[in-house]
Design a protein around this ligand. Structure first.
Ligand SMILES: C[S@@+](CC[C@H](N)C(=O)[O-])C[C@H]1O[C@@H](n2cnc3c(N)ncnc32)[C@H](O)[C@@H]1O
Length: 250
């Protein structure tokens, strides 16, 4: 069992949802391009590995269209919720496996296991820069030679290191220290990537597809521009999330 605690408690989550969803600041299906792309690459012949499955949102989306799904989630509470997911899918459970692990724990236990698709959905923005790099290295090890890695994360005009409950942009060192200490007082750490700062992490991969998507409603641009420390003009020219699809470099 992993001792990791995802520092967004339920209150934090509620604040986040209040800000982003209930106050209707974001478009209704902000992640549609990402989910559309994901479904376009799924087939029942392919095995799928997810790093940081959270409450199983991606699992629920892919479960009927993959040969096998294996997910790891280091947070114990979130992992427990996966037991419910398994229960609902008990008839097919040999195709689905959930572990309360970090990705490197899984690799230690199953060093020869490889997958056709590895998915890292909105995880790397909540960890230190070194951990993000390690997660991507693990994804490389978990992929078949011809496998596909799909990573989605934040996207901003400038790279920023922020926190869910604190309206500041921090230094990378403070941010990393906060992440590695697994502190919770500032809420969830949120690394805002630019396209370029994300691609730095993917030097062992060949980029096959890249897309940004908008989640901000036009009339809420001001609120977001204040929170992203940028002008309204700048923010309209860039999606607030991005995903990149890549293959291993030979
Ligand atoms: C924003 S949630 C995304 C959940 C899910 N992937 C989704 O898209 O719905 C981020 C998840 O990453 C997990 N996480 C945090 N650090 C991690 C790490 N080092 N390795 C794997 N997962 C991690 C958290 O526990 C949390 O469940």
């Amino acid at each position: 069992m992993s001792k990791y605690i995802y520092s967004s408690n339920e209150n934090g989550l509620n604040n986040f949802e209040n800000n982003f969803y209930n106050k209707k600041k974001i478009n209704e299906h902000p992640q549609k391009p990402y989910f559309d792309y994901l479904s376009s690459i799924l087939t029942t012949e392919k095995s799928f590995f997810e790093i940081g499955f959270g409450f199983g949102r991606i699992f629920n989306f892919v479960k009927n269209n993959v040969k096998e799904y294996v997910g790891i989630e280091p947070d114990v509470e979130r992992f427990k919720s996966s037991q419910k997911l398994l229960k609902y899918n008990i008839d097919k459970s040999e195709r689905f496996q959930f572990f309360n692990y970090f990705s490197n724990d899984y690799i230690k236990h199953y060093p020869d296991k490889k997958f056709d698709i590895v998915c890292i959905s909105h995880v790397i923005q909540h960890v230190s820069t070194q951990t993000a790099l390690n997660i991507i290295k693990d994804a490389f090890k978990l992929l078949n030679d011809n496998g596909t890695l799909i990573i989605s994360t934040t996207c901003a005009p400038r790279e920023l290191f922020t926190y869910e409950k604190l309206n500041i942009s921090d230094t990378v060192n403070n941010f990393n220290y906060y992440c590695l200490k697994n502190e919770t007082n500032k809420g969830l750490p949120v690394h805002m990537f630019t396209k370029e700062s994300l691609l730095v992490y993917l030097q062992n991969f060949e980029i096959k597809y890249y897309e940004q998507y908008q989640f901000i409603k036009p009339d809420k641009l001001e609120w977001f521009s204040n929170n992203f420390y940028t002008s309204k003009n700048e923010i309209t020219n860039i999606g607030q999330s991005q995903f990149v699809v890549c293959k291993k470099k030979n």
